[in-house]
Design a protein around this ligand. Structure first.
Ligand code: NAD
Length: 343
């Protein structure tokens, strides 16, 4: 029997997770929820998803009825029929849903990166913490930036032990559909304090990096991707080729060359469009090959993260781990990647 999955919060992350679940042969979408009867709600129904109202309230249900969008009921009408909920609600609301809905109804739940590490049992990345999250009830799939860092640090750590990592993150200001956020004409240190929260977030997945990783971040006026520059001190003897080989061997990382036209995040997104990817998603972490450099025992590289899609395959593997559907993380990764067409 395929695992029954409810997506609570059909926004940027939620709709992508719904489509990714639909692509797997061992899980199915039992329903998706919306708070408002907008075009996304209408499209969800047109795609064949059963739609439920996220807020259990008669007035809310009436809004959908008045808009002519059919709903099957509220979240409370479906919550106990599912094996797991993937929460895609905005930052901080995931925690409220955990306390008010998932825990009282004893349903396993995955929260997203906008929530706090301390509010869940553990923090998920398919390469690092699959085994730890196996069979657990409440897990957070870490943010897009943390997922990207976890993948490249995994590759580097497979070449030589990491002693110290310094990372500068250049963050996109808003998602392409977001008409409320900025800046439109500024570079904003965010957070202005150093270190930023991204280092501790990596440590929530990889506790052995405690005290070794330090990050700082700025926000810039772009919507397409985040960009990171990594400087990583390691122990051991290795060459640039060894590092590139490790990057190429690590699942869900691709390398691109500026020399071939990948001169910016804009060009990487164009590649996603040309590949015909749904919503031009690039689920892979993208490393610029020319940026990979080794100076004595220090590794440098630059990478790009498609914020809306990098965490989607992680949610799928997290479902398999929490429901104990596959013991081996690499088998789950391979299965997810194959179904989603990830390189
Ligand atoms: P979003 O605003 O695009 O979507 C959130 C959806 O949840 C909307 O459809 C909204 O109507 C719905 N919602 C509002 N209140 C709700 C409630 N009480 N219950 C259920 N649903 C509710 O947000 P998003 O960008 O998809 O972010 C969701 C989570 O994923 C956040 O924790 C965010 O930090 C995290 N995340 C976002 C990105 C990204 O770049 N967009 C990347 C990684 C992780």
């Amino acid at each position: 029997m395929p695992a029954k999955v409810l997506i609570n919060g059909y926004g940027s992350i939620g709709k992508r997770v719904a489509d990714a679940v639909s692509m797997q042969d061992d899980m199915e979408v039992i329903g998706v929820t919306k708070t408002k009867p907008d075009f996304e709600a209408r499209l969800a129904v047109e795609k064949g998803y059963k739609l439920f109202v996220a807020i259990p309230d008669k007035e809310r249900v009436k809004l959908f009825e008045d808009a002519g969008i059919p709903v099957e009921g509220t979240i409370l009408d479906v919550i106990e029929d599912v094996d797991i909920v993937v929460d895609g609600a905005p930052k901080k609301i995931g925690k409220e849903n955990l306390e008010n809905i998932y825990k009282p109804h004893k349903v396993k739940a995955i929260l997203q990166g906008g929530e706090k590490a301390k509010d869940v049992e553990d923090n998920f990345n398919a390469l690092w913490s699959y085994d730890r999250c196996y069979g657990k009830d409440y897990i957070r799939v870490v943010s897009c930036n943390t997922t990207g860092l976890c993948r490249s640090l995994y590759a580097i750590n497979s070449v030589a032990d990491i002693k110290k990592a310094r990372v500068v993150l250049v963050r996109r200001a808003a998602d392409p559909n977001d008409d409320k956020r900025g800046p439109v004409n500024a570079i904003t240190p965010n957070p202005v304090t150093v270190p930023s929260h991204h280092g501790p977030d990596v440590v929530s997945v990889v506790p052995e990096f405690e005290g070794k990783i330090l990050t700082s971040a700025v926000i810039v006026p772009t919507t397409l991707m985040h960009q990171h520059t990594l400087m990583v001190e390691v122990d051991g003897n290795f060459s640039r080729d060894d590092v590139l080989e490790a990057i190429n061997k690590t699942p869900r990382i691709i390398t691109v060359k500026a020399d071939e036209g990948f001169t910016s995040t804009a060009k990487i997104i164009e590649y996603g469009r040309d590949l015909g990817r749904l919503r031009y998603d690039i689920n892979e972490l993208v490393v610029w090959e020319e940026s990979v450099n080794v100076l004595e025992n220090e590794i440098f590289l630059m990478q790009a993260v498609h914020q809306e899609s990098i965490v989607i395959p992680e949610n799928i593997d997290c479902i398999r781990a929490m429901l104990q559907m596959e013991e081996d993380n690499f088998k789950s990764i391979e299965k997810t990647n194959k179904a989603m067409g990830i390189q």
